[in-house]
Design a protein around this ligand. Structure first.
Ligand SMILES: [Zn+2]
Ligand SMILES: [Zn+2]
Length: 263
């Protein structure tokens, strides 16, 4: 095995390890945990300091706001600031102003009553090309700023995991049954993995934990049979929520894996 000890030592002295350790202690998927924290922090800054910042507004205009997951998180961040919503109002006023203009511009394109227009609806196929033109005009040109930040945090943590795995202190925390890399982030880890040893380690741990989870959910189901008097244990009751989180990631994570590999 060719493991660079010095790289691990450097990492363990830095913020990467502090963050990873925190996410491992938190239980569940450590990459989801880190990404959730990173985005929450980013939103705090965005609302508190950058609601008037030009580059923030540029990003928001390019993406025309945020995805469903991050719109919800933004609302939570604003509530935490004990604000009546002024920061979000300021941040989104330019977005809604842009939308007003985009819709007005569409009006100009939609010259469907003009027989001379190439978008005249009476012509076969004209409505389809008209729609394409509209969509091209109004589709957002940028990624949700929350997703962009989440993706950066995910990449950072995945690469931390790929470096730190031989470390004993890390393994003790990571192999805890309450820590489980979600499926989306497990796939991401494999995608980024550059050596067979790291891949082998993470696969073995994942296999053990999934087999255990399967046993627990089976026991949970079996104990619901009419002739069984025994109640499910706490671990058995906890199996299905863990499976939900395993396949779907944490609620505040825009699932990355689902479209990661479909090109
Ligand atoms: Zn995850
Ligand atoms: Zn998003």
């Amino acid at each position: 095995m060719n493991i660079d000890d010095s790289e691990i030592k450097v990492m363990k002295r830095g913020m990467g390890w502090v963050d990873l350790e925190k996410s491992l202690i938190e239980k569940g998927c450590p990459v989801c945990n880190s990404a959730e924290r990173a985005v929450a922090k980013y939103f705090d800054f965005m609302l508190f300091e950058y609601a008037n910042d030009v580059s923030t507004h540029k990003k928001m205009l390019a993406s025309m706001g945020m995805c469903a997951v991050h719109s919800g998180m933004l609302k939570t961040a604003e509530a935490k600031l004990k604000s009546d919503g002024l920061n979000i109002a300021v941040l989104y006023e330019t977005v809604i102003q842009r939308e007003e203009k985009l819709l007005a511009d569409i009006e100009k394109i939609a010259d469907g009553n003009n027989k001379d227009s190439k978008f005249y609806f009476g012509k076969k196929g004209a409505f389809n090309s008209f729609k394409q033109n509209i969509l091209k005009h109004i589709v957002s040109k940028g990624k949700c700023p929350g997703c962009e930040n989440q993706n950066g945090a995910e990449s950072f943590q995945i690469h931390n995991l790929l470096k730190i795995w031989p470390d004993e202190q890390f393994r003790k925390l990571y192999e805890n049954n309450d820590v489980l890399l979600c499926r989306n982030h497990f796939l991401y880890l494999i995608k980024e993995c550059a050596n067979k040893e790291a891949y082998g380690y993470y696969l073995e741990v994942q296999k053990d934990k999934i087999a255990r989870l399967h046993k627990l959910v089976n026991a949970f189901i079996a104990k619901h049979a009419a002739d069984v008097k025994e109640n499910p244990t706490a671990a058995e009751k906890d199996a299905w929520p863990k499976i939900l989180e395993y396949t779907g990631s944490k609620p505040d994570i825009h699932p990355p894996g689902r479209d990661f590999f479909i090109e």
